[in-house]
Design a protein around this ligand. Structure first.
Ligand code: GLY
Length: 375
């Protein structure tokens, strides 16, 4: 078992990583702050597919002198919206929650984001413990305090920074994670190596045969190193004044893919996988990394991809979708590029006009990764 600390001006919080952390750490963490009521909020999908995990979380809290309640919300990126958020407020009102109530966000990235935002806003802010159950949420969304819901015209457009009291990563949750979700999470994990930790990338390259398995020693090390990168970046730049934007490597195209497909066709990690290959492709095309570097990245990432099909998309649509990214300013975006494998930088002032021909080339050269329908 391993523990990391995220040290921010507003306080320090732990991330516990290992097989069995739900039993060893959840009650102590919640018991340390809640006085009356704790509400475990999870998705209906997780509750139906793996009721044993939800029971496990509730049981872990059972010995505390607290009322333990649950709240079920719809899963899926298409439900990461104001309606789902409102349903959490309704349930909290029904349970007579107050400012001392603690929320446990038990689920994947969508649950973590919506519940985190509910915690940031209910009664002007209550505490939340993040218990991520998917690989993607474990290595990325549960750490760093970004919470949000989507607007139909833009992902994560309504949100807040809300750091949790702590993060509990129980690797045994990966046991039942569908293979597709595991692969999607791997992209964010590999991302941390590509943008900031060449040793993590090498570790992953050397252990690629363990990606589909349940070797907890491997996952503990991989998730720990990945969270360490994420925590390090967040510590340097909590509010994304600059550096934190490198975590968005691959995300410009990923957000375009997700918005253009209505948020429900592909998992976030899958869109990020295609987006990272595109960002690596652009890095090479702009002369920032060598052809050899690009091939190396392609070798790690491409075997994990499954083709993404986009509805018809012309130059205007491409521009419009990129500009809807909330980081767009003055008709340009911050595009994250690599200047070496293991080091990303922010290229401000990137225009859709520059990216459009590269996007066309990318589609031609990598049809196994991304295709656009002809309408
Ligand atoms: N997922 C990107 C960030 O937390 O900044």
């Amino acid at each position: 078992m391993k523990t990391l600390e995220v040290k921010l001006p507003g306080g320090v919080y732990p991330i516990h990583i290992g097989a069995g952390t739900l039993d060893s750490h959840l009650a102590a963490m919640v018991g340390g702050i809640a006085t009356e009521l704790v509400v475990v909020i999870t998705s209906r999908t997780l509750n139906e597919d793996c009721p044993q995990h939800v029971r496990h979380a509730v049981k872990a809290l059972a010995d505390l002198p607290l009322r333990v309640e649950t709240c079920l919300i719809p899963g899926g990126e298409e439900n990461k919206n104001m309606h789902t958020l409102a349903s959490i407020y309704d349930r909290l009102m029904e349970l007579e929650a107050n400012r001392s109530t603690v929320l446990v966000a038990f689920g994947g990235g969508i649950v973590g984001d919506v519940v985190g935002f509910a915690a940031a806003t209910f009664m002007r802010g209550i505490e939340v413990v993040q218990v991520p159950t998917t690989l993607l949420a474990q290595v990325d969304s549960s750490v760093g305090g970004k919470t949000a819901v989507n607007h139909p015209q833009g992902k994560n457009t309504i949100g807040a920074f809300k750091q949790p009291v702590g993060v509990i990563i129980d690797l045994t949750m990966l046991e039942t994670l569908p293979e597709r979700e595991l692969r999607a999470g791997l992209f964010e994990l590999i991302k941390h190596g590509i943008i900031r930790d060449p040793e993590l990338l090498e570790y992953l390259e050397q252990n690629a045969e363990k990606f589909g398995g349940r070797d907890w020693k491997f996952w503990e090390e991989a998730v720990y190193r990945s969270c360490r990168v994420k925590a390090g970046v967040v510590q340097e730049d909590e509010r994304e004044g600059g550096l934190r934007a490198i975590l968005n490597f691959g995300h410009s195209l990923a957000h375009l893919i997700e918005t253009h497909t209505g948020y429900n066709a592909y998992l976030h990690g899958e869109a990020v996988g295609a987006g990272m290959l595109f960002a690596a492709f652009v890095s090479q095309a702009m002369g920032c990394i060598s052809g050899e570097d690009f091939s190396r990245l392609r070798q790690v990432l491409e075997p994990l991809t499954a083709p993404i099909m986009l509805p018809p998309l012309g130059r205007d649509g491409f521009t419009k979708l990129l500009m809807h990214d909330k980081k767009a300013a003055n008709r340009t975006i911050n595009f994250i590029l690599l200047d070496q494998v293991g080091h990303a930088f922010i290229r401000g002032g990137t225009t859709p006009e520059e990216l459009w021909p590269l996007f066309q080339q990318f589609l031609e050269e990598m049809p196994g990764v991304l295709r656009v329908g002809d309408g």
